[in-house]
Write a protein that binds this ligand. Structure first.
Ligand SMILES: [Fe+2]
Length: 515
């Protein structure tokens, strides 16, 4: 196995380094680049003596790169969830994760194991391993369920668990919320939540900016902007997008089987087993008026699956919506650890490629929320425009371009069978792209940071965490965003697990009014 192929370290349990380690700076970091990049991702893959099954089962590990006066430090710390505590020494409760069901004592005999299903407690699914985002001048770690954790971005300490189900104001039960909420210029947070029940609903929820009161509760002032029922099964939602006047809620055919949820103790199934691909269901774009709080209408499209929307905007009487899309939901199963850890073979893909697609939703056809309008297909038989094939974990100049026309998106892609093989900069107007890679290097989600005096959309840097198996290092890579060439890096002599999403603090300060 070559160094390039020895990728299993990306998906192995990490040691915690809560004290900052000095990184060796190489090249030239911009003098204006000062701040903190906090990233989140799976970092512990065992529960007691049992291994987790899926990448998204890994316990949330926060990574912190702090840049000041040309010096860079690295630290990491696990989020102190109940799930993490149980993963250290599995106890008497059922431990559920995205792709795992771990009974109280997996070693007990069949007789005891059968009956323990009925009396054992279930741990809360509070492993917030996915994203980091600001709300009310604080920073939270998120996942797709009903919990978020406030964290200290300096120490990475876990401060407080917030339970949407119990703490969201009003009568609507918030059973889950996407991992990718949006922040508006006034500091409000908008997210899509789901209420599960005999009649389930999707809810567009809004949480206002901080009032400045010292005792303000995290979700204080939150309200439901709009609720409406699923068109078929209850869809899995990881993200969504905004335009200036609308929220677009994308419903794909990956839906939840309520019977499987109810029988999970008998079948010993985790979250992913409760989902299935409903081939009879089209994809839907529900368009909600942000001011009126009403669903104006729905567009249907050929089935597809997406984790990540990129951006959306209004122009020429249409909503243009860009997202990283798959033909189906196979990618969700391809992220099981046995697949990710299996040998990489040049030319053979472990993971499906996501297309960067642009959907066009004609606003003049809105008006009847009960009837979905079918999107028109082009001469190529597609109801979307293909902008690029093979990009995931997209980021762009969010603080200036969210909800607006934009040019550039940055992402990661696989190369010749090598997962997380290169970084990509794509011009969504011209479809031109450039890439960056290095031998033995595995790249993570690129985070764009605007230069303080930058005038053009891509005046700034792109930060990515590069894990190089060949020389056993993890680097904070700093690329010039315009040229997409390396300016410098900060190198730590250790391998860290692959992370998912991150937040640079100056970015947060730009779109939080009181930060
Ligand atoms: Fe995500």
């Amino acid at each position: 196995m070559t160094a390039e192929q020895d990728h299993t370290r990306l998906f192995q349990t990490a040691d915690e380094h809560s004290e900052p380690i000095s990184a060796e700076v190489k090249g030239n970091l911009p003098s204006w680049l000062t701040g903190t990049l906090v990233r989140n991702g799976p970092g512990r893959f065992e529960c007691g003596d049992t291994s987790f099954n899926h990448w998204f089962d890994g316990q949330g590990l926060l990574h912190r790169f702090h840049i000041q006066n040309g010096h860079v430090t690295y630290s990491n710390k696990f989020i102190r969830s109940e799930s993490y505590a149980d993963s250290l020494k599995h106890g008497e409760s059922i431990h559920l994760e995205f792709g795992s069901f771990i009974p109280p004592d997996p070693c007990q005999n069949i007789f005891r194991r059968f009956f323990s299903r009925f009396w054992a407690d279930e741990l809360p699914m509070d492993n917030t391993l996915v994203n980091v985002f600001p709300m009310k001048d604080k920073i939270y770690a998120t996942t797709e369920r009903n919990f978020i954790f406030e964290i200290n971005p300096e120490t990475l300490d876990t401060l407080k668990r917030v339970n949407f189900t119990e703490e969201f104001p009003g009568n609507t039960t918030i059973d889950s919320a996407t991992a990718h909420p949006h922040q508006t210029p006034d500091g409000s947070v908008i997210n899509i939540s789901i209420t599960y029940g005999r009649v389930s609903t999707y809810n567009v929820i809004q949480i206002p900016p901080s009032s400045g009161k010292p005792d303000e509760r995290p979700l204080e002032g939150g309200n439901v902007l709009c609720s409406f029922p699923p068109t078929g099964g209850v869809g899995y939602m990881h993200s969504f997008c905004l335009t200036e006047n609308y929220v677009v809620v994308t419903e794909t055919p990956l839906v939840m089987n309520v019977w499987r949820v109810l029988t999970r103790r008998i079948s010993e199934t985790g979250f992913l087993d409760w989902l299935y691909w409903d081939e009879s269901q089209l994809a839907k774009f529900h368009v909600v008026d942000r001011k009126q709080g009403t669903r104006l209408g729905t567009f249907s499209a050929d089935p597809f699956f997406t984790f990540h929307h990129i951006n959306a905007f209004e122009e020429d009487g249409k909503i243009y919506l860009d997202a990283c899309c798959y033909h189906n939901s196979s990618i969700v199963n391809q992220l099981y650890l046995h697949n990710l850890r299996s040998p990489m073979v040049p030319g053979e893909q472990k993971l499906d490629d996501a297309d960067v697609r642009r959907y066009e939703l004609p606003l003049e056809e809105l008006g009847d929320a009960g009837t979905a309008k079918t999107l028109t297909k082009g001469a190529d038989g597609l109801d979307y425009t293909l902008l690029y094939s093979g990009m995931e974990l997209p980021r762009f100049n969010y603080s200036e371009k969210n909800t607006k026309p934009y040019k550039f998106v940055y992402g990661v892609g696989d190369v010749d069978g090598m997962i997380f093989g290169h970084l990509i900069k794509l011009n969504v107007e011209t479809k031109e792209f450039v890439t960056w890679k290095e031998p033995g290097g595995f790249v993570s989600e690129p985070v764009f940071v605007k230069a303080p005096d930058g005038k053009e959309e891509d005046d700034g840097v792109v930060l990515s965490c590069v894990i190089n198996i060949s020389d056993q290092t993890t680097s904070l890579l700093v690329l010039d965003a315009k040229e997409f060439k390396e300016l410098g890096r900060a190198v730590v002599k250790k391998i860290t697990p692959m992370s998912l999403h991150g937040l640079f603090q100056r970015e947060m300060m730009q779109y939080c009014s009181t930060a």
